[in-house]
Design a protein around this ligand. Structure first.
Ligand code: KIV
Ligand code: ZN
Length: 551
């Protein structure tokens, strides 16, 4: 029995059938190139007969990628197969994937055909497709709800007709791991009885699995089928696909890699794919961007939180030894590394670790001061915060008395439906040069307020189109967010702002107020104060604190 597992990616066919997804030909080509870099074995590029757009997409992919097979889907009839072939004929290794349902419910209500008729159509379709290419795959749609003996009869017949891959789809995500295992074993037994087992054993004929996720079991079912002898898995990036989606490629591949020991123990040798796992995250992000299907943060392998740690105990463990709370190396799947995320659950270890990585060495007493203040500051913040907030808290703790700016008054208008722009008037105090006033307009009240504050203090916010910052007074707004703490219209607005100067120095500020524009102004002025404090005293303070820590 071979130990190589073939990864058949159907992101561009079953994945593209996800409700709301529609990819242009260019998008499809871009994803296909990413899948080629990922080193999948087969790209199912689409269902050419479905529409001229599908046909063009499959054809373009077949003519673009080289180091991967390209499959086209076709129902079990000559027209579908002819059109499929036209679309993939220029591929280096073209595969026709023909299918027909085998479950009684599909036969009775959808196909209105007898079992004998379906068996005959399946055999004829495989024979017809074989005239075009030796690589013919047959799928028994809704296999897991089909009568097992009838399914075995179809499987034996299509192999005799020339199918080299026989796919046993769990079309409606109905099966469970043990049952699916038993079904694959049942089919392997059928090959033995039909004297075809040698083809299977030598890898000339391969069982494939294609699991949908209606019960959240698509990956578990696929792995179970591999233990029973299947050697091709049909899956999609991020698990996208019809209804609840398909088995997620990244989960299958990483389960095989991470638990190689288990598969080797059960099967006598590990199961291997040819996937370049470092391409997993970039491919996932590309698919998410082009399909518009967001990846949930807690999604295994590719979710933003998959390697992020915010709670104190876990952060401590990961800082001491990554293996305490991580079973995979994030770099192995294409992340830059594990993320120690700062938030209200963070502990002292993470705070020390983050400060040290920015060059701050603190005595235990000073660390406690910063830690307590940080906890208080982020208490109301609903999300994790950027590392710059922690440094900002440290600067507040030691240099607040020296801060330069203060807003004494601000008046900001807000418009709805009027053909005017919101206006902001601000009065600020610069302790170095006295009181300043400014008036500005913006696309919204926050924009107007930020421009007026910047103008009064002599700064300039650069837009995306602007030239690179050239003066210490040029700033870019890197992040701006507002969270509501509490419920209803009387909630407290908590605003976070991250700015960056021309030297790439980032400074974060936080502002809280029941008026969200006021919260925004406080956050901006806080970020500016911290930036100026760092510029004038940051390096000196680092040395002072390090000297205390060394005592
Ligand atoms: O889910 C399914 O049965 C399919 C087949 C066409 C393979 O997508
Ligand atoms: Zn499917």
């Amino acid at each position: 029995m071979i130990s190589r597992v073939y990864i058949f990616d159907t992101t561009l066919r079953d994945g593209e059938q996800s409700p709301g997804v529609s990819l242009s030909v260019e998008d499809k080509k871009e994803i296909a190139k990413a899948l080629e870099r990922l080193r999948v074995d087969v790209i199912e590029a689409g269902f050419p007969v479905a529409s001229p757009g599908d046909f063009e997409g499959v054809k373009a992919i077949a003519e673009t990628v080289r180091d991967v097979q390209v499959a086209a889907l076709a129902r079990a009839n000559q027209k579908d197969i002819d059109v499929a072939w036209e679309a993939i004929r220029n591929a280096t290794s073209p595969r026709i994937h023909t299918f027909i349902a085998t479950s009684d419910i599909h036969l009775q209500y959808k196909l209105r055909k007898s079992r004998e008729e379906v068996l005959q159509l399946a055999v004829e379709a495989v024979k017809y497709a074989k005239k075009y290419t030796p690589i013919v795959e047959f799928s028994a749609e809704d296999a897991t709800r089909s009568d097992w003996d009838y399914l075995a009869e179809v499987v034996v017949a299509v192999i005799k007709a020339g199918a080299v891959t026989v796919n046993i789809p769990d079309t409606v995500g109905y099966t469970v791991p043990q049952e699916y295992y038993d079904l694959i074993k049942h089919l392997v037994e059928a090959l033995k009885k039909a004297d075809l087992y040698h083809l299977f054993e030598e890898g000339e004929v391969c069982f494939s699995v294609h699991c949908h996720n209606d019960l959240g079991l698509a990956v578990a079912n696929s792995l179970s089928a591999l233990l029973a002898g299947a050697r091709q898995v049909e899956c999609t990036i991020n698990g996208i696909g019809e209804r609840a989606g398909n088995a997620a490629l990244e989960e299958i591949v990483m389960a095989l890699k991470t638990r190689q020991d288990y598969f080797a123990k059960v099967l006598g040798k590990p199961l291997e794919t040819r996937i370049d796992t470092r391409q997993i995250v970039p491919t996932s992000q590309l698919v998410s961007k082009l399909t518009g299907m967001m990846v949930q943060p807690n999604k295994a392998i590719v979710g933003a939180n998959a390697f992020a740690h915010e709670s104190g105990i876990h952060q401590h463990g990961v800082i001491m030894h990554r293996g305490t709370y991580e079973i995979m190396d994030p770099q192995e799947v294409g992340w830059t590394g594990s993320a120690i995320v700062l938030g209200k659950h963070s502990g002292r270890h993470a705070v020390r670790f983050k400060l040290e990585s920015r060059g701050w060495k603190l005595s235990s007493e000073d660390l406690s001061r910063v830690f307590e203040r940080f906890r208080k500051e982020v208490k109301d913040v609903l999300r994790s915060v950027a590392d710059e907030y922690l440094e900002g808290v440290l600067l507040d703790e030691f240099l607040e008395g020296e801060y330069r700016y203060e807003v004494s008054a601000a008046y900001v208008s807000s418009l709805y439906g009027a053909p005017l722009k919101p206006l902001a008037q601000v009065e600020v105090i610069d302790r170095e040069s006295g009181a300043k006033k400014a008036v500005d307009v913006g696309v919204g009240s926050i924009d107007a307020a930020f421009k007026a504050v910047a103008q009064a203090l002599g700064y300039r916010f650069l837009g995306k189109e602007d030239r690179a910052p050239s003066s210490p007074l040029d700033l870019r707004l890197i992040d701006f967010h507002i969270d509501a703490v509490g419920k209803g219209t009387e909630s407290l607005g908590v605003c976070g702002v991250v700015i960056e100067d021309q030297a790439g120095k980032r400074s974060a500020g936080l502002g809280k107020d029941y008026d969200i524009v006021a919260a925004g102004i406080k956050a901006l002025v806080n970020a500016l104060n911290r930036l100026e404090a760092y510029r004038s005293r940051g390096e000196e303070l680092k040395k002072e604190l390090a000297a205390k820590a060394g005592e």
